[in-house]
Write a protein that binds this ligand. Structure first.
Ligand code: NAD
Length: 337
């Protein structure tokens, strides 16, 4: 029976790259049944809300979503789309695989999967000012909250990912030398969990500042990386920069009750409506979704077709130096399938 998947086309370049991605998946014979739902700025005129309840209900039912980029409308009364999704589905792990597809550069051997904790740390939003005398903003405080439970589930996810994907090493990135309590707890949990995987997955610890240097000098030494929210936010962009930027960077948001797959990039307002966006990142995100659904062979077949199309260099979108449209690129991938 076909697996139901919530499909959110999104805003800007979203509908165009989503169409291309759906065509590629259908050409590959993926056994999914799309439940099309609205979200983002495009949903406001029809639903009065950038994250309509019907869309959340659909994800609750299917537990899997493929999502185009969303613009969160600015204005009072509108909820932030990403916050609504993260909260509703407790999306605790943000997973970003990165490797070079267009070879011939300095970072050809990079093949890294970054697992970022997505719900805790400095991003929990507990912040306040302290008044001193007549200055209401004399001091600002932001609380970083790390829990044993939150650390355990994301670190275990990283190790399980390593086992499931035949990866050799997990590197835990921290700043426990200075932030002895919050970062110290994350590291302590990492060391405990690593023992369960001894002999199967190698474990390594790196301090964030040294890690930033090492990722630039010899990124090929790293495999799976797990880290807290803020460090993960920064390192994931650093890593996508190493492998050629946004056009080919997919991401997965894994939660206790659902998983949402998307491109790392946004709605690209500067090229929206022109039909020239690179659908590669969303196609690769759809491959992560097929992996998640247990359809690894089909996901690998699509990845191989996409990589071969790019490496051949005949049909490329503008961001990769070509002249092809979004749909022409998708057609070239489909022809290879
Ligand atoms: P962006 O990622 O949309 O664009 C940055 C640059 O990369 C632009 O020059 C754009 O043309 C280019 N680019 C992005 N994707 C591309 C693609 N597939 N092919 C070719 N070129 C591509 O970032 P931004 O301009 O900062 O954000 C625009 C909007 O997207 C904002 O409203 C932001 O909130 C939203 N956004 C949403 C998500 C999401 O839904 N997950 C993520 C990031 C940004």
């Amino acid at each position: 029976m076909a697996t139901p998947v919530t499909l959110i086309a999104g805003d800007g370049i979203g509908p165009n790259i989503t169409d291309a991605t759906v065509r590629v998946l259908e050409a590959a014979g993926a056994d999914v049944e799309w439940d099309r739902q609205a979200a983002g700025a495009g949903a406001v005129p029809t639903h009065g809300d950038p994250m309509p309840d019907a869309t959340l209900d659909s994800i609750r039912r299917t537990r899997v979503a493929l999502k185009g980029p969303l613009e969160t409308p600015v204005g009072e009364g509108f909820r932030s789309v990403n916050v609504a999704l993260r909260k509703s589905f407790d999306l605790y792990a943000n997973v970003r695989p990165a490797h070079v597809i267009m070879r011939g550069g300095k970072f050809d051997k990079v093949d890294i999967v970054l697992v970022r904790e997505n719900t805790e740390g400095l991003y929990i939003g507990i912040e306040h000012y302290v008044r001193i005398g007549d200055d209401p903003r004399a001091v600002a405080e932001s609380l970083a909250v790390i829990t044993r439970f939150g650390s355990q589930r994301v670190i275990r996810y990283a190790f399980e990912y390593a086992v499931a994907h035949g990866r050799r090493k997990v590197t835990l990135v921290h700043k426990a030398n200075i932030l002895k309590y919050s970062q110290g707890l994350f590291l302590e949990v990492g060391r405990e969990i690593a023992k369960e995987y001894a002999g199967r997955v190698e474990f390594e610890e790196q301090i964030i500042d040294a890690m930033a240097m090492k990722l630039v000098l010899y990124p090929e030494r790293f495999d799976v990386i797990v880290t807290t929210n803020l460090f993960g936010d920064i390192l994931s962009d650093l890593i996508s920069g190493l492998v050629g930027g946004l056009g080919l960077a997919p991401g997965a948001n894994i939660g206790a009750s659902a998983a949402i797959f998307e491109a790392v990039h946004g709605t690209a307002p500067d090229i929206a409506g022109k039909g020239v966006a690179n659908p590669g990142a969303l196609i690769l995100a759809a491959c992560l979704m097929l992996d998640h659904l247990g359809d690894r062979d089909r996901a690998n077949r699509i990845r191989e077709a996409l990589e071969a199309t790019i490496q051949e260099g005949r049909v490329l979108t503008r961001d990769l130096g070509g002249t092809a449209s979004t749909q022409e690129f998708a057609d070239a991938v489909i022809a290879r399938l």
